[in-house]
Design a protein around this ligand. Structure first.
Ligand SMILES: [Zn+2]
Ligand SMILES: [Zn+2]
Length: 158
């Protein structure tokens, strides 16, 4: 979108722009590539990033609402009078709590990325570079202060 198409993808046999990345799973280039989502079995990028973000937020709200209602029902003992129902709902609360925790972490990560105006793929690249920097630190090529400065200034909050 407005950005120059000066990168060549030999697999797609087409010019793409700098923010594009060829996804090995989808076998096509994705504009403003963020990540390939294994749950959705699709790439998340320019055209669907906000839909993806809304989905994980709505899912979080849904899990939260379910847990609230289920806990309320157990505490009030109005609906679930039989023990096996209690066990069933208890198990569901437990499983939903795990899903809630994982999804909350995901929403938090994306809010963190949005604040820095970066994508998941930028974070992946950062993590790869960090491994290299840690190696440099271990070998004494850079000192601790230099390493810390590199970490602190890599993503500046805008
Ligand atoms: Zn491609
Ligand atoms: Zn993909």
């Amino acid at each position: 979108m407005g950005k120059p198409l000066h990168l060549w993808c030999s697999i797609c046999d087409a010019y793409v722009n700098e923010s594009s990345k060829h996804c090995g799973v989808c076998n096509r280039c994705c504009l403003d590539f963020d990540h390939h989502c294994n749950w959705l079995n699709n790439c998340v990028g320019k055209n669907n990033y906000w839909n993806f973000y809304r989905l994980i937020c709505v899912f979080l709200a849904f899990l939260f609402a379910f847990i609230c209602v289920a806990v309320f029902a157990i505490v009030e003992e109005t609906i679930y009078e039989r023990n096996w129902m209690l066990g069933l709902v208890g198990t569901q609360i437990f499983m939903n709590a795990i899903a809630f925790g994982l999804d909350a972490q995901l929403v938090h990560l994306h809010r963190w990325l949005q604040a820095r105006e970066i994508g998941t793929y930028d974070l992946v690249i950062y993590q790869r570079k960090e491994i290299e920097k840690k190696k440099d630190l271990k070998e004494g090529i850079i000192d601790k202060a230099e390493f810390d400065r590199w970490c602190d200034t890599y993503f500046t909050v805008k």
